[in-house]
Design a protein around this ligand. Sequence first.
Ligand SMILES: [Fe+2]
Ligand SMILES: [Fe+2]
Length: 431
Amino acid sequence: MLRKIRTNQLEPGMFIHSMEGSWFDHPFWRSRFLLNDREQIEQIVSSDVERVTIDESRGKKLLLSSETVAQPRPAKASACSPKSARLQELSALARPRSYLREVAKPVFNRLSPRERAAEVRKATGTIKRSRAAVMALFEDARLGNSVKSRKLAPLVKQISRSVNVDPTIILNIARIKSKDEYTYLHSVSVCALMVNLARKMGFPEQQMHDIGMAGLLHDVGKTSIPASILSKPGKLDESEWNIIRNHPQRGHDILAASEGVSNIALEVCLRHHEKMDGTGYPGKISADNLSIFTRMSTICDVYDAITSQRSYNTPLSASEALAEMQSWSGHFDQLILRDFVDSLGILPVGTLVRLDQDELAMVIGESPSNYSAPIVRSFLSLEKDRKIVPKDIDIGRKRSRKLLAIEDPEDWGFSDWTSFSAELLSKPAAT
Ligand SMILES: [Fe+2]
Ligand SMILES: [Fe+2]
């Protein structure tokens, strides 16, 4: 039975089920444990916590005053002998059975500096040619001509090759977009992200072409939106929004009137702004009628939009964007989003990780020295069994600490990880 009591009623042998206030208000890193001695009680009493909940089925009960008089206080009771108390505490600790998944090896860092420099040159050329080809195709569409997507086929192949070598290179280059070239480079990025995700999901190589092409063509309907609306800095009015909302249908019409466009590209073009909960546009189509390709495209489309460096906005970093997208309910297919996160090899902000020296830490950003390594904030020493002063550690730096595994917060008793991580982010930390 759970009972809420004042901290001055605590006694050794009671089992703490939870403490009032935030994790940061009390001295212990776990909030469920058996009280072994007076020292622990003094620590709680002298903290900001005023009330705690005890679990009377797992430890000593609160003796009401009449009972206290009627019953002699148990001598150092067997149930609370140091040995059994320690055993109970150990079982209450219930360390995770196994880590959720090993931290992916940084597969994107297998290139030597020389190979990397050569790949950067190649990817830059691929992006330049792709941007020009997409611009020409969009211009055809603007003039009311059918589009010749076949001309883009060699570029899809080159983008796919670059993604296969190291997706971070081409994605980083395409991330910086001027206002004028935004839509074209966005199309190249979505193509690269779609191919990268499709590989992670295990699609056969023969399908890569159609999937990548769908990414390149998905926003062709934007040619119907006047530049004054597309680049309007202020808020759009309802009629302007209606024009924006029509671009998937307009794009679909253009592609349907063109030769050699796959069904995947047609569908992605029409549905890439739909959401799983049916609140997207233009069709308000919900999960049951959204194909796997559409679900992939909505993720890649939003990710590129919110991470793109445009002249007038501050983009989210990759790890911030992934955390943000994971927090939106009803928008994305969560399983595909998880594959997407894995395909980028980036840990979202807020991920709980375990470091060497037996410490728990939380991802707070990306390393400036290594795109696929995080910066983490350590806050708990498992070895010393206590909280530690938060410290920021750049895992990407040479001879830095090692990241051993991704952990599930629930396995460590953090039932409200969202609030906890927000609070930890707001704390000052040493570097
Ligand atoms: Fe779009
Ligand atoms: Fe888009």
